[in-house]
Design a protein around this ligand. Structure first.
Ligand code: SF4
Length: 172
């Protein structure tokens, strides 16, 4: 069984001090809007297989975000502060208590896997449909999905979210 890690109270205090900075709402939206667009495009692509699968994708995407709030954010120094680049830290604190006793990097790496299908399943479904029944509208959706999910979202994280984060050295 995994040994619980003792959190250094001094490190936590220093990080929470750093997390006093408020992220402007415009930057929080910039972090979230492309993710929402990607989920909509993913649902549109998968719905071309069958609307039931598209609905399942929407439910799974919502579940994965709630999982993130429940399992990752409570261990982050941004939890319950206005300095979380995407605002999840505030929402998570309303639903889940702050947790300690585990290494944030480990918690992040273990649980982030739950989000991978949100990126990978639309690509797999889109590729299958393009081979099986090519249409230009489907091709456009797949290109837009890939550009949003694999280029715009990581770039915004890197150039805006992570760039402005006071504790980026502690983040995986
Ligand atoms: S920075 Fe990431 S892990 Fe930390 S509270 Fe915000 S969304 Fe959650």
């Amino acid at each position: 069984m995994e040994e619980p890690i003792k959190e250094n109270p001094q490190v936590v205090t220093v990080n929470q001090e750093k997390c006093r900075k408020s992220i402007p709402l415009a930057l929080v939206l910039l972090d979230n809007v492309p993710t929402l667009i990607m989920f909509i495009l993913g649902a549109l692509i998968i719905s071309m297989l069958t609307p039931v699968y598209g609905t399942f994708y929407v439910i799974y995407s919502a579940f994965s975000i709630i999982w993130f709030w429940a399992k990752i954010c409570p261990y982050c120094s941004h939890h319950d502060t206005m300095s979380c680049p995407c605002g999840y830290g505030v929402i998570s604190a309303k639903l889940f208590k702050r947790k300690t006793g585990k290494d944030f990097k480990k918690v992040f790496k273990t649980n982030i896997i739950v989000l991978f299908p949100c990126w990978l399943i639309p690509v797999a479904a889109g590729t299958y449909l393009l081979i099986d029944n090519f249409t230009f509208s489907l091709l456009l959706y797949v290109i837009l999905f890939c550009v949003t999910g694999f280029l715009i979202i990581p770039l915004i994280s890197k150039m805006v979210g992570c760039k402005n984060c006071e504790i980026k050295e502690d983040c995986p």
